[in-house]
Design a protein around this ligand. Structure first.
Ligand code: DGY
Length: 324
């Protein structure tokens, strides 16, 4: 029997490529920046695609008539046009569960860096500005025993809550579409309305998927009710926040600082005012980026692809595309 044909649009480790080769005939990209037109051309005779962030919409599906499976090597799947995929019965998978602790570590890094001004003071020391021993102007804020508000209590939210509650003795409030009684019991976190979370928290972490409902979930009105000492952290997707409102909130000191792994436009544009602010810590969308985690993500994405193409139950079909 002929093997299914797949295109690998993301660099993956050799071991994972060898696994795919056992079950599929494959072509892989030499350059991850392959244009959309080139990708569409490649997909004309392919049954499966392994990619990350590639827009899967009607136009692409129209031209990739054989495509049956899209395996996303990321947890977020805001690149999927779910309606278009449903119409064509395309199986779409993600790598949920492979990166929770890694992203939670990074979120904690951002919280600590903002509160204790680590990146700002690193620049200060290296610039030779350290002239006296105890400079009040360099003081930061405590993370331990402060209040953390988590918007979006999925797996990553829970991993952040665990660190906060068990490691840093923080009071943890959360808002989520659905209540998580088992997490409340396990970690002592408290469910609140979004307004209560925003009003009471010293740190606000947004970790929701990007959907129509969460687009600009945090906007001017939300920044207006945060505490002036609030530190805002986003490692989800840039568009869950109205970036203009964030910039205005920082400029007018409605909030104290921000730690950002994601932006409205990525890579972030050089003239983005956030890049000029000492109280903003910026990262290049790197939440899951280490060798072990990227290996686990690639392996899971490959398993999803192979299993779905073989008609087996793929472990990670995204909820909206699951057939009952
Ligand atoms: C994810 O897995 O969604 C990460 O943000 C990488 O895109």
């Amino acid at each position: 029997m002929n093997k299914p044909k797949v295109y690998i649009a993301k660099f993956i480790p050799q071991e994972v490529e060898d696994y795919i080769a056992q079950y599929c005939d494959y072509e892989k990209c030499e350059d991850e920046d392959i244009t959309r037109e080139q990708l569409i051309e490649k997909l004309k005779d392919k049954d499966g695609l392994l990619a990350s962030g590639t827009r899967i919409d009607e136009e692409l599906l129209e031209k990739a008539q054989k495509l049956k499976v899209v395996s996303n090597m990321s947890v977020g799947y805001n690149n999927f046009n779910l309606e278009a995929m449903k119409k064509r019965n395309i199986i779409g998978t993600n790598v949920a569960g492979s990166l929770d602790d890694t992203v939670a570590d990074l979120i904690f890094g951002l919280m600590l860096a903002c509160a204790r001004r680590i990146t700002e003071l690193d620049r200060y020391v290296k610039a030779g500005k350290w002239k006296k021993d105890d400079d009040l102007d360099l003081y930061g804020a405590n993370v331990h025993h402060s209040t953390l508000g988590i918007i979006g209590m999925g797996r990553i939210g829970e991993a952040v809550a665990k660190r906060a509650s068990l490691g840093f003795d923080m009071k943890v409030l959360y808002y989520n579409r659905s209540r998580k009684p088992e997490v409340e019991k396990k970690l002592g976190v408290k469910y609140c309305s979004m307004e209560e979370v925003l009003k009471a928290s010293d740190f606000i972490v947004i970790m929701t998927p990007l959907t129509e409902e969460t687009h600009h979930l945090i906007d001017e009105a939300e920044f207006n009710i945060m505490k002036p000492n609030a530190i805002f952290i986003n490692a989800s997707r840039g568009k869950t926040v109205n970036e203009k409102a964030l910039i205005e909130a920082l400029q007018s000191k409605k909030i104290k600082a921000a730690g950002l792994d994601v932006f409205d436009v990525e890579p972030v544009q050089a003239d983005n005012p956030l890049l000029k602010m000492d109280n903003v810590v910026t990262l290049p969308h790197i939440g899951s980026a280490n060798d072990d985690t990227r290996f686990a993500m690639a392996k899971l994405a490959a398993e999803n692809l192979v299993k779905a193409l073989n008609g087996e139950n793929a472990p990670n079909i995204v909820p909206e595309l699951k057939q009952e």
